[in-house]
Design a protein around this ligand. Structure first.
Ligand code: TYM
Length: 353
């Protein structure tokens, strides 16, 4: 066996958020709130994935000052939402060099055919695919490295990451198969990497744009009216919800009545997620009423739930000393887990060290 890691794989949660600005309600309900929840039952590692952020053109991620600011902002959101950086691990990806190192090994495991099927690459590259970075193409392979570097067994994410997690399993499986003999020889039995489980759970795994109920709420939507940012103040939230697209019918009294009404379904889903109730329960209260009344109730609820998170984020970002300490110490603890795993990978592959 290599160094001090055991052959048995213990349950562990890993997830990440890109520091690309405009953290929104979708990130919060689909991911960050789930991260907070998982702390109760698992050892968790939460990562600000700055290596992923630079896969887009500099004009998109904003350049060095903006990147540093956004790394602070995502960390602040983690802490403000209730992630405990003492009991769990919070750090930024680029500080732990093994992420890039394992990603290279995975670039040699993943097949072009697999990468060509990735829908997020197609969406992000758009029509001008020749001009997309090689990093954007390899993005899912780096993501697999993030997860498997800690041999993580569970990954809470929003619905849009499902395909990337399937790829992570394919990469783990192919590594385990390609190096089966060596894995056994080094004392790791018949599998070195776990088959990681995606956790795509809760009532808001896919929060949609406020301007178009068929498009997902996104950091990169040019219209700020399409999303509620975690740092929006009350007036901004109220204005965005007032302007949110709806249809002319009153709200239905039952969930079935939401079919074919994506904007109504989205707003009801957001209300349900923020209040911890079911959509049926929300419609039992608001069904038959006009959107205007529902929207003002939703504004009150959103401000009530997000307001404290947004103010705490602003407070933390204003004094980044604490955040810097959290990230530095988190990276040391992450490295202590990652280094022996990477060493084992090197031994398994046959590199000399
Ligand atoms: P990112 O930064 O785009 O999004 C962070 C998390 O927010 C979720 N999310 C949503 N959930 C519901 N509704 C939405 N509209 C919505 N928009 C975003 C995402 O699903 C994600 O969980 N590739 C990842 C970052 C990453 C990662 C990892 C995640 C890198 N390495 C390893 C897990 C494990 C991403 O782009 O996240």
């Amino acid at each position: 066996m290599t160094d001090e890691i055991s052959a048995a794989i213990a349950p562990r949660v890993f997830s990440g958020v890109q520091p690309t600005g405009n953290l929104h309600l979708g990130n919060y309900l689909g991911a960050i709130l789930r991260f907070v929840e998982m702390q109760k039952t698992h050892d968790c590692i939460y990562c600000v994935v700055d290596l992923h952020a630079i896969t887009q053109p500099v004009s998109v991620w904003g350049g060095p000052k903006e990147l540093a600011r956004n790394i602070h902002e995502v960390t602040a959101a983690f802490l403000a939402a209730g992630i405990d950086p003492v009991k769990h691990v919070v750090f930024n990806q680029s500080r732990v060099h093994q992420h890039a190192e394992l990603a290279w090994v995975f670039n040699c495991i993943a097949r072009l055919g697999w990468m060509n099927r990735m829908t997020q690459f197609k969406e992000k590259a758009g029509k001008d695919r020749e001009n997309a970075s090689l990093g954007l193409y390899a993005y899912p392979s780096l993501m697999a490295a993030d997860i498997l570097l800690y041999r993580a067994t569970h990954v809470p994410v929003g619905e849009d990451q499902k395909q990337h997690l399937e790829l992570t399993r394919d990469i783990a499986q192919k590594f385990n198969n390609d190096f089966a003999e060596s894995i056994a020889e080094h004392g790791f039995g018949d599998a070195f990497f776990p088959m990681t489980e995606p956790l795509i759970q809760g009532p808001a795994t896919r929060v949609m744009s406020l301007r178009d109920g068929t498009k997902k709420m996104s950091k990169s939507d040019p219209s700020d009216l399409s999303r509620i940012n975690l740092t929006d103040d009350r007036d901004t939230v109220a204005q965005k919800l007032r302007k949110a697209k709806t249809d002319p019918e009153p709200l239905p009294s039952e969930v079935e009545g939401l079919a074919g009404r994506p904007e109504a379904e989205n707003l009801v889903g957001i209300y349900a997620a923020l209040s911890g109730r079911t959509a049926a329960d929300v419609l039992a209260e608001f069904g038959g009423g006009q959107f205007s009344g529902f929207k003002s109730a939703l504004t009150d609820l959103a401000v009530d739930k997000l307001g404290p998170v947004g103010s705490e984020m602003k407070r933390l970002v204003a004094d980044p000393g604490h955040i810097d300490t959290v990230l530095r110490e988190g990276a040391e603890r992450a490295s202590a887990i990652a280094a022996p795993v990477m060493n084992a990978v090197k031994d398994i592959v046959g590199f000399l060290r």
